[in-house]
Design a protein around this ligand. Structure first.
Ligand code: MN
Length: 478
């Protein structure tokens, strides 16, 4: 099938008007790119069509698909952003401009240019997240077709992708895309390891197939007899994830979530009911149970996870979620965007800012740090590195960089809480304010009107947010 026909097929569920605009964008882009070819020898238009297909699979909205089709027009052809605005309106033009401003990053180019560009990629998230979604779908197609490039370019693209696009994909919750990018990167960076793990993965698939069959059958029967409607599917974790776990010292058969079965039901209440029923069928490993519905991950991932002792002496992870949760878990922000589509893009952007903690951190760093290199360093340390997750008194999860203190925590909750922080209790015990918070700590802060920040706090805190707030406090006292 021709790629454009594939596109028409995947956009079937879009409304008539949107489909017409996508077709119009296709004609426009075909004409604009008409004499260009890709390194593979194919006509250039194949690329924007595939970016569009990726976007449609993400359930991105119509304007995003139109912009996806046009994303390389301004950079590579004689047409300008004004032409696009005249033909397709200002919303599409804004998205295309956002994507065009982000050049392909080249790690070999001058450091400063590279840093400025990475910064633009990261901050465009907060202008309009759809820009990043287009950029990720663009990157995905370029990575899928990387075999046509020279080997040093392959390595370079794989490194860029792992260091910038994979973390972004994680943060916006685009799980499927993230996994695919990771596996492609590993196949170029460590081809032997990749081949070896691929073989092992195939072996595991065979070894587990009977066990999955029995488990699924038992769960189905149980759900049917309780008249619960469901969908079910099983999956292996991706190769890159296996690679990471092995690097951390695990043996392949010690990995408890190598294989998972997803049970998708209609309501949140049913999730818990199914959990009880599953535990009746198979004994759970108690310490592997996670309730990400009551406490979603900071990228909005929601599901119940339980690892059970399955048949044939094998461990199986069972994930239980609703259809909406599953969409957000698979496609992330793009799907979230789609669910709340009627809201208008400005309101939507505010909604996202409220729900995704990392977005406000990005805004904050962007406002406070002028130097691009310093900005990227901070992003890497505060967002892209291994963060800790702590609980508030009410059990909400707060994400903080490693080495954060109760002061960082207090400012993250609210400026006034930071400014009047007096004491802190962690897991029931009082700790000093320079205590280094650990994963899963439960934190209760005591505020007093008479308490106020000290200058020495500036040397204690880790987050740039806390630093800035403390400085602001002292400025206001001058
Ligand atoms: Mn492109």
């Amino acid at each position: 099938m021709h790629d454009f026909e594939i596109l028409l097929d995947v956009i079937k569920s879009y409304n008539e008007e949107e489909i017409e605009r996508i077709k119009k964008a296709y004609s426009f882009a075909s004409e604009a790119h008409k004499n260009q070819v890709r390194q593979s020898g194919e006509p250039y238009i194949i690329h924007p069509i595939n970016v569009c297909i990726n976007l449609a699979k993400f359930h991105a909205d119509g304007a995003t698909l139109v912009a996806g089709m046009l994303h390389d027009v301004v950079e590579d052809t004689k047409y300008t952003i004004e032409d696009i605005e005249n033909e397709f309106g200002s919303e599409v033009a804004k998205l295309v401009l956002g994507v065009t401003k982000i050049n392909d990053i080249h790690f070999s180019s001058l450091d400063e240019a590279r840093d400025a560009n990475i910064r633009r990629i990261i901050t465009s998230l907060n202008d309009d997240v759809r820009i990043i979604i287009i950029k990720l779908c663009d990157r995905l197609h370029n990575m899928r077709t990387l075999k046509f490039k020279e080997s040093f370019k392959q390595q370079r693209s794989a490194l860029e992708t792992l260091s910038i696009f994979v973390p972004l994909a994680y943060f916006i919750g685009a799980f499927r895309l993230k996994c695919e990018l990771e596996d492609i990167c590993l196949s170029y960076l460590k081809p032997e390891i990749y081949e070896d793990l691929l073989k092992k993965q195939q072996r595991i698939k065979r070894e587990y197939s009977h066990c999955i069959e029995i488990t699924s059958k038992k769960i189905s029967e149980m759900l049917d007899s309780n008249s619960i409607k469901y969908e079910m599917r099983s999956k292996l974790i991706n190769i890159y994830n296996v690679y990471k776990k092995i690097k951390r010292g695990y043996k392949i058969n010690e990995i408890h979530d190598l294989v998972n079965i997803k049970v998708i039901v209609e309501t949140r209440d049913e999730c818990y009911r199914v959990l009880g029923l599953v535990h009746k069928l198979f004994k759970p490993m108690n310490y592997k149970f996670k309730d990400y519905i009551a406490t979603p991950k900071t990228n909005m991932y929601r599901s119940l996870h339980t690892t059970v002792f399955g048949p044939l002496e094998k461990l199986i992870q069972i994930q239980i979620k609703t259809k909406d949760m599953d969409n957000i878990n698979t496609y992330g922000l793009a799907s979230y965007w789609n669910q709340y589509r009627g809201m208008g893009s400005k309101k939507m952007q505010e909604e996202l800012l409220r729900n995704y903690q990392f977005m406000s951190t990005i805004t904050d760093l962007n406002e406070t740090i002028k130097n691009d290199k310093a900005f990227i360093e901070k992003i890497k340390n505060e967002i892209f590195s291994n963060n800790i997750y702590v609980y508030t008194a009410n059990g909400d999860i707060v994400e903080l960089p490693n080495n954060s203190t109760p002061i960082d925590f207090a400012y993250k909750i609210h400026t006034n809480i930071g400014n009047h922080l007096s004491k802190c209790f962690v897991n029931g015990d009082e700790v000093s304010l320079d205590y280094k918070l650990k994963n899963k700590d439960r934190i209760i802060v005591i505020v007093k009107d008479s308490s106020h920040p000290y200058k020495k706090w500036l040397n204690i805190v880790t987050t740039s947010l806390a630093k800035r707030k403390i400085k602001e406090y002292f400025k206001s006292k001058e």
